[in-house]
Design a protein. Structure first.
Length: 424
């Protein structure tokens, strides 16, 4: 059976020095607190009798008010357990008071802050923009988790498509973050399972094509002539380096210092996933790195001189801005380099990552090792590259299909068929 007690929350003392008085339902060593909306100075509280002491203003009236709430709660608990004995303390609280609405935006903002504390500024910015879109959709009105149902998600999806002109996969990413917030709130026991609309709402995606450079295209890219010491040469070297060095992301390549390189191996903490990676560099990657080593080089200097060595590296916002600016500059030059190499594909730095992954699998590196070097948290992410390789192999195997011989009848029909008139 559940019991009801009265407690003073000395862990919640406000600026006036007052602590709130709560009712507490206790059952099976679990409890749920219910506010009485009464606060007192702890010096006026008798913990043994669970009463406000004489001397506190209105102490008799306040005690009567609190214990009236306690009597009502005990009656509700007794009635609930009489009907259903397996009720939990949360069930009892919800049965008596109804489920407590949970502020969606407050929870979402707190979730975003965790990314910021982890130094993941890009993820923080991306998720804050998703929440901003939801706020705009409800016109800045308050929103609880319980307000978001299948109808809400359907209307929001249509708004993103029609008003914001978002693509299907962009909306999919937004919905995935919103779904994650629901799942996190459920795990924290803030909402009920029935409150999760994604049990009935299906997320939509479109198949995307991951572009990469073939061996011939990468070779052509490497052969593009650039003037020594120019940014164009630097950006070309960084791209080729990544295409050989495990497909490191542009942010990780930009932040590489000489302390990360021991002459043969790279040791790096991946910015996006925080995974610690160490692997042997191929000769080509080592050759590129050594181009940028001078007698003045120190361990804290960046290997590829794009970011200033004097940057305040613990300023995550400054670093994120500098990396974003550098990435835009690099991608602009990569388009020029690709054009000069006769490559018609849309080349950005991230293509080097896809290029390394497909090359690694083609050369026989096992998918689990490729996944680890790429820093994927789930091997299903890496399997996308395996599918690309299989599709290419299937196309290649078509050459073994035997052409059916042309029969005499077919040859005769082709010769007798009327020929098109010559065009002047």
């Amino acid at each position: 059976m559940a019991t009801v007690t009265v407690i003073l929350r000395t862990d919640r003392i406000n600026k006036k020095g007052e602590a709130p008085i709560n009712l507490c339902i206790i059952k099976d060593r679990k409890y749920k607190k219910i506010p009485t909306h009464v606060k007192v100075d702890p010096k006026f509280w008798d913990p043994k009798k669970a009463l406000i002491k004489k001397g506190c203003p209105n102490w008799q009236r306040l005690n009567k008010y609190i214990y009236k709430q306690k009597d009502d709660l005990e009656a509700g608990v007794l009635d609930g357990e009489t009907k259903i004995k397996s009720l939990t303390v949360k069930d009892l609280k919800n049965l008596i008071y109804g489920p407590e609405p949970t502020d969606f935006f407050k929870f979402a903002d707190q979730a975003c802050e965790t990314y910021l504390r982890a130094g993941q500024v890009g993820t923080y910015d991306k998720n804050k923009s998703i929440i901003k879109k939801v706020k705009d959709f409800v016109e800045e009105k308050p929103l609880n988790f319980q307000d978001i149902d299948v109808d809400f998600l359907t209307r929001y999806e249509i708004d993103c498509q029609v008003e914001l002109k978002n693509k299907v996969n962009t909306i999919h990413k937004d919905m995935k973050f919103i779904r994650k917030l629901f799942n996190d709130a459920y795990r924290l026991d803030l909402i009920e399972h029935k409150d999760i609309p994604f049990n009935k709402f299906k997320l939509k995606t479109e198949k995307t094509h991951r572009e990469y450079l073939s061996e011939d295209e990468l070779a052509a890219f490497e052969k593009v002539k650039t003037n020594p010491g120019t940014r164009l040469e630097l950006h070309k070297d960084m791209f080729v380096f990544a295409a050989y060095a495990g497909g490191l992301r542009v942010s990780d390549v930009l932040k590489l210092t000489w302390a990360n390189f021991d002459g043969e191996n790279i040791h790096v903490s991946v910015q996006k996933t925080k995974a610690q990676l160490s692997f042997l560099l191929p000769d080509k990657a080592v050759e590129i790195i050594n181009k940028y080593k001078t007698e003045q080089t120190t361990l804290t200097d960046y290997i590829f001189p794009m970011l200033s060595n004097d940057l305040k590296r613990d300023d995550i916002f400054l670093m994120d801005n500098e990396i974003s600016t550098a990435t835009a500059y690099i991608n602009k030059n990569l388009k020029t380099l690709a054009s000069n190499a006769g490559i018609t594909k849309k080349v950005s730095f991230h293509i080097s990552r896809h290029t390394w992954a497909t090359r690694a699998l083609t050369k026989g590196i096992s998918i689990d090792k490729v996944s680890k070097i790429l820093g994927h948290s789930d091997i299903s992410e890496t399997q996308i590259y395996a599918k690309i390789i299989n599709e290419e192999l299937n196309k290649a195997m078509q050459v073994f299909n035997i052409q059916k011989p042309v029969t005499e009848k077919q040859e005769s029909e082709e010769k007798s068929a009327p020929q098109p008139e010559a065009q002047n």
